[in-house]
Design a protein around this ligand. Structure first.
Ligand SMILES: Nc1ncnc2c1ncn2[C@@H]1O[C@H](COP(=O)(O)OP(=O)(O)OP(=O)(O)O)[C@@H](O)[C@H]1O
Length: 358
């Protein structure tokens, strides 16, 4: 019996993307379908390379074809991705998604999260950029061993000058720190800082990016207002530590994203420095700063809790040594950062799909 493409597509209509709540055929995720005798091959095009359900969807497709078409069919599925973007992304066409990483308080690990998130998404195969917009203490030059780096510029055919981001570990990087002398304090005035940050977006040749991650200054200030009101933002991630003082400030930071003039989707809360595990007691977790505060905060705003990151010496050392820890082979941290990055990418895909359906 000759299998027809329609038979295969009808079978795949039984496989639903649990996040986007539609079947894979309706979502136009099945491409390049080929049938030779009992051999059926196609491409499954996901909305992010960091999709946490990659294997589950692949298995479900194979099972659907075998169940509805032919039990002994040979099914070959090539998984790729085409990252989606919000329907309102007008001003920065070649940048699909801008993700803000924020914190209510300084020193809670916002830059650590932003850098490692960039590393994990790039390792998954996404095109990633990272802007360090922290006017008070830009950390990206240190965390990527680029303290003396100075970005170059190029002239475009229409006579404009564009900054070229610095590329390291597969990530395109720009930091306000690249434009100041290391060790010299820069007393930014509000409008000056806002203009400088806008240039990092507008006057830079980013090329095509799936995700542009922005490491914001701590708190809620001019830079937050400028960025949220000038650019189409896919969503914000909020980093906190478990202490009450940090949680109280994070509460304010989260509330800011919900304010009417700002109104940015909050992708979730990450709790950093959650617990400590001594090397000699690897199964023990000591919640030295308190337990469950980040999760409760996420619940009170009805946003996802994205995960707990433990206090680990190698995280601090990696940051100081200029190579984010996600680049090292550390099975425990690979799982933690991998899971957080997948959840963020997943939330963006959901939010983009919801916007498209509105
Ligand atoms: N989970 C962790 N375990 C150990 N050290 C950590 C952890 N998270 C962050 N650190 C270290 O804590 C310090 C502060 O982290 P980081 O610079 O990421 O915070 P931040 O919120 O961006 O700070 P700032 O407000 O100054 O921008 C850094 O030295 C970093 O390496």
């Amino acid at each position: 019996m000759q299998i027809s493409p329609q038979q295969v597509l009808d079978a795949l209509k039984n496989v639903e993307d649990p996040d986007l709540k539609k079947d894979l055929v309706t979502l136009n995720m099945i491409k390049d379908l080929k049938i030779v005798d009992h051999h059926i091959s196609f491409t499954l095009e996901l909305t992010t390379p960091a999709c946490p359900m990659k294997d589950m969807l692949k298995n479900a497709c194979t099972n659907a074809v075998k169940h509805f078409v032919l039990a002994d069919a040979e099914v070959e599925i090539n998984v790729t991705s085409r990252v989606t973007q919000p329907t309102n992304s007008s001003s920065l066409d070649n940048i699909k998604n801008i993700i803000l990483v924020s914190s209510g308080k300084g020193g809670v690990g916002k830059s650590t999260v932003a850098s490692n998130l960039a590393v994990v998404l790039a390792k998954d195969g996404a095109k990633v950029g990272l802007i360090d917009a922290d006017i008070y203490g830009p950390s990206v030059p240190t965390m990527f061993d680029l303290v003396d780096a100075k970005p170059s510029a190029e002239e475009t055919p229409d006579g404009k000058t564009k900054i070229l981001p610095i590329e390291k570990f597969g990530i395109k990087l720009l930091s306000l720190g690249f434009f100041a002398d290391p060790g010299q304090p820069v007393p930014w005035r509000g409008p000056m800082a806002s203009n400088a940050v806008k240039q990092l977006f507008n006057d830079t040749n980013w090329g095509e990016l799936d995700y542009l991650i922005v490491d914001l200054p701590p708190g809620t200030g001019d830079i937050h207002i400028t960025i949220t009101q000038s650019f189409p933002i896919s969503g914000a991630v909020v980093v906190t530590t478990p202490q009450q003082v940090a949680l109280a400030d994070t509460h304010k930071g989260l509330a800011m994203f919900r304010m009417p003039g700002i109104n940015i989707p909050v992708l979730g809360v990450i709790e950093n420095m959650s617990y400590f595990t001594p090397a000699e007691l690897p199964d023990n977790k000591y919640y030295i700063f308190g337990n469950g505060g980040g999760r409760k905060l996420a619940e009170s705003f009805d946003v996802p809790f994205l995960g707990e990151i433990p206090i680990i010496q190698s995280i601090a050392e990696a940051g100081d040594n200029g190579k984010p820890v996600a680049l090292n082979q550390n099975p425990q941290l690979d799982v933690i950062f991998g899971d957080i990055a997948s959840k963020i990418a997943q939330q963006i895909s959901i939010s983009n799909a919801q916007m498209a359906n509105c």
